[in-house]
Design a protein around this ligand. Structure first.
Ligand SMILES: *Cc1c(COP(=O)(O)O)cnc(C)c1O
Length: 477
């Protein structure tokens, strides 16, 4: 008997239809579900831990087991009441596009293997370049697994172009609100602690230009080589955009690479208000955006844009002999020359199909709606005697805490109370609402980038928050 994985045509079809039905039903009934799940390692071990089975079982039985046990033990991050971290609203067309890309197992590394895949990455990259006012002819970019990999790809490139082989004296600057993936990337690159400057932010969580200038000047006096600044265009905590024009001026004067991490906020460019907040974003040398966040794509798709595509090919091109037959000509891009991965899934397809299907206007309306929704939430909170805004609605992120007028709670009491509100909300599973820390205060944070979220969803969540807060206060008495 020969080993084989084959199913008959009928078996494949009925199995596939079943999965499509399950996914479509999930999308259709999101509102009826609870967003939160929680389980301990022990509970999960009890369900799943076993040796790899030598003998298989019926495909449908495995699928049923997965539907009964795996899916319900996963947070519904696309749920309208999933407010925490950066939600993944996704969209159905892209979900199916991903199934096509996987179903046909399209290799998206070299031109010759899949010219259409490479072409669609070029085309969609051009859409993004134009959106951010980057030069379409000279500029370029690459889809990655996410924002973390886009930031890593950017910093490898920045170091290669600015420092060449010797980066022993190189210094890199970022703010204390910059996303942790940047620090991870810096560590992956092998920089020593002494080569990293994490600069404090002002009361609005923006980088202090004065502190940046001082740090650069001091490092130059020490004989070091300032080579890169990482700005945030939409911090994950508060949606804050660093003063991009001011930073761009400094980077030009000081010959620093200007990287902008727009993984969270970049997509706000699609709305008028967001575009205003992001002014100066087109002055970056490299820009991370993260389509699996606010461009409504399913995981995984991140993106790095650069002003000059040759920076990427100069950094990542290797010419091994075993790839000589799939090299195209100059204009035919091999995306394995633009980044770290050789074998790459066909990420451009979902981006392409969703924009072709819905039109860019739908994306613009959705992002505009999200920003307005957060503004409306801010108004509701401001009108209430119970709530205090800690960081106002900025690119659809808002931070607030329960602190009723007249109760005169101490800071530790307010922290504990808000922690309890989040804890009880998570236990109720009604909304995914967790805390963050701002100015040493425990605050509740909402990231409102799901177009399915309505003001009524938020009001329902606030009602529950109030109820939990009153319970906690009553228990204390
Ligand atoms: C989410 C995020 C990242 C990391 O992106 P992943 O897609 O999670 O890898 C980087 N920077 C910012 C500002 C983010 O919000």
């Amino acid at each position: 008997m020969s080993a084989h994985f084959d199913l008959s045509l009928e078996e494949m079809k009925s199995y596939g239809y079943k999965i499509v039905d399950l996914i479509a039903e999930h999308w259709d009934t999101l509102n009826d579900k609870k967003p939160v799940t929680s389980a301990t390692r022990k509970e999960m071990d009890n369900l799943f831990l076993q040796e790899a089975p030598n003998t298989g079982m019926k495909a449908n039985e495995v699928l049923d087991f997965v539907m009964d046990n795996v899916i319900p033990n996963s947070t519904v991050i696309s749920h309208p009441k999933a407010y925490s971290f950066v939600p993944g609203p996704s969209n159905f067309i892209s979900t199916m596009a991903d199934s096509l890309a996987t179903g046909f197992n399209i290799f998206s590394g070299g031109w010759v293997a899949s010219p259409a895949a490479a072409e669609l990455e070029i085309v969609t990259m051009n859409w993004l370049l134009k959106m951010f006012n980057f030069p379409v002819e000279k500029g370029g970019g690459i889809f990655t697994s996410g924002g973390s990999m886009a930031n890593l790809t950017a910093l490898v490139t920045a170091r290669r172009i600015k420092c060449g082989d010797d980066f022993s004296k190189a210094v890199i600057y970022l703010s204390d609100q910059a996303h942790s993936s940047n620090i991870k990337a810096i560590r992956v690159l092998g920089f020593k602690k002494e080569q990293i400057r994490i600069l404090p932010t002002d009361i609005e969580f923006r980088i202090s230009i004065n502190k940046l200038k001082n740090a650069i000047a001091k490092d130059r006096l020490e004989g070091l080589q300032p080579f890169c600044f990482i700005a945030s265009a939409g911090t994950t905590n508060t949606g804050t955009v660093d003063p991009l024009h001011d930073i761009a001026d400094i980077c030009e004067e000081e010959n620093l690479w200007f990287h902008i991490d727009g993984a969270y906020g970049g997509a706000a460019i699609l709305s008028k208000k967001g575009a205003k907040a992001l002014r100066g974003i087109d002055r970056a040398d490299s820009l991370t955006v993260d389509p699996h966040k606010w461009f409504f794509q399913p995981y995984e798709i991140g993106c790095l844009l650069v002003k000059d595509a040759s920076w990427l090919s100069n950094t990542f091109s290797e010419k091994p002999e075993y790839l000589r037959d799939i090299e195209g000509n100059e204009s035919e891009i091999n995306f394995y020359d633009y980044g770290i991965q050789l074998t790459r899934r066909f990420r451009a397809l979902k981006f392409y199909m969703s924009i072709k299907t819905y039109g860019l206007d739908t994306f613009k309306e959705a992002v505009t709606y999200n920003i307005q929704l957060a503004d409306e939430v801010e108004k509701i909170l401001r009108k209430s005697r119970n709530w205090e805004i800690i960081s106002p609605a900025t690119l659809a992120v808002i931070n607030f805490r329960y602190n009723p007028i007249g109760l005169n709670l101490s800071e530790p009491e307010i922290d504990a109370l808000n922690q309890q509100i989040s804890k009880r909300m998570m236990e109720s599973k009604e909304a995914l609402l967790v805390t963050t820390i701002l100015n040493k205060q425990v605050v509740l944070r909402m990231c409102l980038i799901n177009p399915k979220t309505t003001i009524d969803h938020v009001k329902e969540t606030f009602l529950l928050c109030n109820k939990f807060a009153e319970e906690v206060l009553a228990e204390k008495k």
